[in-house]
Design a protein around this ligand. Structure first.
Ligand SMILES: Cc1cc2nc3c(=O)[nH]c(=O)nc-3n(C[C@H](O)[C@H](O)[C@H](O)COP(=O)(O)O)c2cc1C
Length: 360
């Protein structure tokens, strides 16, 4: 097994065992509290949580966030995810295709992925920093074509690379390379973080460079400082310790970035999404879709059926949140009234409402 393969296997194991979670920081989702609507005046079974993404219909505003694995597991997991996403009608973001691009469609990242999920939105994925290490338009195109991706996502992971032994540390001059790639690709280009969040400043620069899909992948869920420290020697653990809770909490990132979105651009809320209520909160804060990685991993490792069941529960929770806010569609959920915490720490309605309730 190569060093990269071993590292990816370790990541999967550490995250699946719950050893990669932020320990001192929350996403901020728990401070987003909907005003309960006791008279919703809608039929729960008639709620429509569908949306459109990259010209395709989604049954729910959900994305399985990018996850790579080691060689023994990657193929199985990717095919489970593709089958489950096809069954559910939700979007799929594959993990890094770096090895597949270099070694030729390895790890379940070939045409069989698209064959299993012919109608859903599939996002390709490579590390943005690879643009400084030999990857250019040719490699990016190969990543898109090998899975017939509807868009390509570049991940930004400076914290992870800085802590990882032998990480790719040269992030200098990446923005013009991202801009050139956005202009050259036949599909939309997106950028995501991996659990430390995108700020408004970074998002503005990426938008100006032609990036049209922004995934905040904020802090409060998987912490790469923790994951990398878990597999490293003692010295590395000490080095990483102050950064365990580094990053912009997901809810804060969404609040900062949502007002910047331009027509036709897509905002994805991810990082520490635990359940369907967090999905509803992300949508309320301005996300078009919510993404989940670690929370879906145990089921994704197990089977496609387990993953379908996992996301059926997530979607049921989203629908309950829509029901109890009187939101028949996602557009109404985006306007749903929130409670605000007053100086005494109590949740208040009335003049404390952030916006007026749609009804009730
Ligand atoms: C095992 C594992 C592997 C990952 N691999 C990738 C990757 O290859 N590319 C990427 O963009 N993000 C990768 N991520 C980051 C996730 O896509 C996501 O941004 C991050 O884990 C935060 O979401 P979460 O809190 O729901 O896990 C990976 C996450 C996990 C748990």
């Amino acid at each position: 097994m190569t060093e990269i393969s071993r590292r990816k296997s370790d990541h999967l194991q550490i995250v699946a065992e719950g050893r990669g979670r932020q320990d001192g920081l929350s996403t901020g989702f728990d401070s987003v509290r909907f005003a309960h609507v006791a008279l919703p005046e809608i039929d729960l079974d008639a709620i429509d949580c569908g949306t459109r993404f990259l010209g395709r219909d989604l049954h729910a505003p959900l994305l399985v966030s990018a996850m790579t694995g080691g060689p023994d597991e990657a193929e199985r997991i990717n095919l489970h995810i593709a089958e489950a996403c096809a069954e559910l009608g939700i979007a799929l973001s594959v993990g890094s295709q770096r090895i597949a691009v270099e070694a030729g469609a390895a790890g379940g990242l070939g045409r069989q992925l698209r064959r299993r999920a012919p109608r859903i939105a599939i996002l390709g994925n490579i590390g943005a920093v690879q643009l400084n290490y030999g990857f250019g338009t040719t490699e990016a195109l190969r990543a898109v074509e090998m899975i017939e991706a509807d868009a390509l996502i570049l991940h930004l992971n400076p914290l992870q690379e800085a802590i990882q032994q032998g990480g790719d540390r040269n992030f200098a001059g990446l923005l013009p390379r991202i801009e050139a790639l956005a202009a050259a690709l036949p599909v939309p280009l997106g950028v995501k973080e991996v659990g430390a969040g995108l700020s408004a400043t970074v998002v503005r620069r990426l938008q100006d460079a032609g990036v049209t899909i922004l995934d905040v992948a904020g802090a409060g869920g998987t912490s790469w400082a923790r994951v990398e420290a878990e597999r490293g020697p003692e010295r590395l653990q000490a080095l990483a310790a102050p950064f365990h809770d580094w990053g912009i909490p997901t809810a804060d990132a969404l609040r900062a970035v949502a007002p910047l979105m331009r027509p036709g651009q897509v905002l994805i809320g991810s990082g520490g999404v635990r359940h369907g209520l967090d999905v509803a909160r992300a949508v309320r804060l301005g996300a078009d879709l919510a993404g989940q990685a670690a929370g879906a991993l145990p089921a994704a490792r197990h089977s496609a059926e387990a993953l379908v069941q996992h996301f059926r529960d997530v979607i049921a929770q989203l629908r309950i949140a829509m029901f109890c806010t009187g939101s028949g569609q996602l557009a109404a959920l985006r306007q749903a009234a929130l409670l605000r915490r007053d100086a005494a720490g109590d949740w208040s309605q009335g003049s404390g409402l952030v916006s007026d309730a749609p009804q009730g």
